[in-house]
Design a protein around this ligand. Structure first.
Ligand SMILES: C[S@@+](CC[C@H](N)C(=O)[O-])C[C@H]1O[C@@H](n2cnc3c(N)ncnc32)[C@H](O)[C@@H]1O
Length: 327
């Protein structure tokens, strides 16, 4: 049991706030890194002119729109196209040649934010002639970010930086081919969305996605404490095919988790790991239920789309059989 002395009252208030958020709205931030959560709460207090955390608790319980704003604060959506270009170049040079041998490629981008990372991936897959046989599941728990991701319309001011990243990532076309530019915005070529499904998925609470060949989860786990990171690594390990790739952000590692032995380090600096054949011992039994009907209905149409497309893909996979090395 935790005890809070007089010097620790702020931590007690934060703990109560996170309990209230979980109990009232079902979002569990109790295992997020506390320093970052506190910064977000203070930001909301200053914007709303609130002096005490206990007042924040009262507001979020009785005022849903206040909670929505706070949720937006908790969800740090910073992203860009071809973020860390060296990573995308490594993916192209090291991982894509292996994917050429597969009949279909299933990719999960977890914590996709507003979609820039997913479209970057789609562009490289297309340039390597892999896109047509790929299905990308792009998930985030933040509905607002997902709405932007589905639209794929970005501020024109960002495009210059994205174009530079694209070249550093080994892009081989003219970057402008992938956009339709307007006065102050740039809309992604909609054909890049053809084999993509966006859906709500909360890494802290929802179940596994089956038989993925690649999982990208970059710059998300950095906000979680060690325990939640470990839980999510279990989720990924269950979701990845043997021989599948796990890609993390530059400041993230699987090495401190209990699943470390289940991965070989492919590229240390780019944080690309490959699931090996070592037996997996999940740290908690049934910690990661397979997606349930409840999960299927949570995102409404979107999730039904995922299910239909996954079933279609599974059917195709079964009908062509497996390649050597695939189970
Ligand atoms: C900093 S952004 C990273 C975006 C992108 N992966 C990148 O590297 O550019 C972190 C994203 O993780 C999402 N996120 C945070 N906690 C999550 C959770 N429990 N489940 C799903 N997504 C989460 C946030 O909503 C946000 O979009």
């Amino acid at each position: 049991m935790d005890y809070y002395d007089d010097n620790d009252n702020e931590n007690l208030e934060v703990m109560l706030l996170l309990e209230a958020v979980n109990a009232k709205y079902g979002y569990d931030f109790r295992s997020y890194a506390r320093a970052s959560i506190k910064r977000r709460i203070r930001h909301r207090m200053s914007v709303s002119g609130i002096k005490k955390i206990t007042e924040v608790i009262e507001r979020l319980i009785y005022d849903k729109s206040f909670f929505t704003d706070l949720l937006g604060d908790f969800s740090i959506s910073t992203t860009e196209m071809f973020r860390d270009p060296g990573f995308f170049q490594a993916l192209r040079k090291t991982v894509f040649p292996v994917l050429q041998r597969l009949p279909f490629i299933k990719i999960w981008v977890a914590g996709c934010s507003t979609g820039e990372e997913v479209y970057s991936l789609a562009i490289l897959l297309r340039e390597e002639k892999l896109y047509e046989k790929s299905m990308i599941y792009a998930t985030d728990y933040c509905n607002k970010s997902l709405t932007t991701a589905k639209e794929g319309i970005y501020n024109i001011k960002s495009i210059k930086k994205y174009a530079a990243n694209y070249i550093q990532a080994g892009g081989i076309q003219s970057f402008s081919d992938y956009f339709k530019a307007e006065a102050d915005s740039a809309a992604i070529d909609p054909s890049l969305r053809q084999n993509m499904v966006f859906s709500i998925h909360n890494l802290a609470a929802d179940g596994v996605f089956g038989e993925m060949n690649i999982i990208l989860c970059r710059n998300v786990l950095i906000y979680f404490n060690r325990e939640l990171q470990n839980k999510v690594f279990g989720l990924f390990t269950q979701s990845l095919e043997e021989g599948g790739y796990l890609c993390l952000g530059s400041k993230e590692t699987i090495r401190l988790s209990t699943y470390s032995d289940n991965y070989d380090e492919m590229l240390r600096d780019e944080k690309i790991y490959r699931r090996n054949s070592a037996p997996v011992s999940y740290s908690k039994p049934s910690a990661h239920p397979v997606a349930t009907p409840e999960f299927v209905t949570k995102g409404g149409e979107l999730i039904r789309d995922v299910k239909a497309k996954m079933e279609e893909l599974d059917y195709l996979l079964n009908s062509v059989g497996s390649l050597p090395g695939q189970s």
